[in-house]
Design a protein around this ligand. Structure first.
Ligand SMILES: [Zn+2]
Length: 312
């Protein structure tokens, strides 16, 4: 099997990119049938080492044509500086800096200023991410709102999702791209398609996600209600974070083998041999487990434990 060169994917995209009304060179825009059509934005590689979506980005760029769908579609390529280095981000997490409450000093904040006009036009934003540790399956992550949950079913990209009460940010004081769009009263969703890196199945999932969103908007524009579009879609199992396991320095480390959606029992040992002891505070599922090297500083949190979501 030929290895995919990620920089070559980025170069191909940039070479053919038509930014349309935007000044951001790393986006590709195709117009809808009418100038007042709804506006769809899809996010790719917002985190630099989550580039598994790029083959789908190129395929969509090749296939989509002006007026070929009802909605305007903008394909947004994210943190190119980080993609080149194959790291999550260079100076600051690009998916946390959409606050615009301080001078744009880092390269990510500078990029966010340039991407902002794209998000300001979005009626619908779907952000394709990948996990930093392995995952049993793809999953959605966004706050609980009926419309978002309905959209997740329409897209049909995952059978599970991690949610939280609306208004509760994923990381307090920081803002993700999808959160920025939701704060404008528009639709913003994130899907974690799988473990980071190139993966044919994930690229296919991303492509399908964008296509289904475009198709659904074709139907919405023709007058069909979202509730009718979703009617036959299977339900999704929703979970919420019950506990955030905070870091406690170098002495606290997770045992090997924990993945996203690993099932754990209350009291089960989660720490590695030689680490300070840590047991699971609840029966549920591990999410976003973090491992770090002896020379790396520990991340702010080590893992989350999720339990079935109870909508009040
Ligand atoms: Zn990500």
């Amino acid at each position: 099997m030929t290895r995919v060169s990620v920089p070559a994917l980025v170069d191909s995209f940039l070479a053919a990119a038509r930014p349309g009304p935007f000044e951001y060179e790393a986006c590709h825009h195709v117009a809808g049938r009418r100038s007042d059509a709804p506006w769809l934005v899809f996010g790719f590689a917002i985190h630099g080492n989550e580039h598994g979506s790029l083959p789908a980005l190129l395929r969509l760029q090749r296939e989509l044509e002006d007026g070929g769908q009802e909605a305007h579609v903008t394909l947004l390529l994210g943190n190119i500086d980080a993609i080149e280095k194959d790291v999550r981000f260079v100076e600051e997490d690009f998916n946390r800096v959409f606050t615009f409450d301080q001078p744009a000093k880092s390269c990510e904040r500078k990029r966010a200023e340039r991407v902002r006009p794209i998000l300001d036009r979005a009626d619908f934003f779907l952000d394709f991410h990948q996990t930093q540790t392995k995952t049993r399956e793809p999953f959605y992550t966004f706050p609980w709102a009926r419309e978002l949950v309905t959209w997740a079913r329409v897209l049909g990209l995952a059978e599970v999702g991690l949610t939280r009460p609306m208004g509760q940010s994923f990381s307090p004081g920081l803002k993700c791209l999808d959160e920025y769009v939701r704060d404008r009263g528009k639709i913003g969703l994130t899907i974690e398609t799988g473990y980071r890196g190139q993966d044919v199945a994930q690229a296919e999932l991303v492509y399908r996600g964008a296509r289904r969103a475009i198709d659904a908007w074709n139907r919405l524009v023709s007058g069909i209600a979202l509730d009718d579009i979703v009617a036959t879609a299977p339900p999704i199992r929703w979970y919420q974070t019950e506990h955030v396991i905070a870091s406690a320095g170098q002495e606290l480390r997770l045992r090997a083998g924990l993945e996203n959606w690993t099932e754990v029992r209350a009291g089960e040992l989660l720490s590695a041999a030689g680490s300070r002891e840590l047991t699971s505070p609840a029966t549920g599922y591990v999410l976003f487990p973090k491992y770090f090297g002896p020379d790396e500083s520990p991340p702010p949190e080590l893992a989350r434990i999720a339990v079935p979501f109870q909508s009040s």
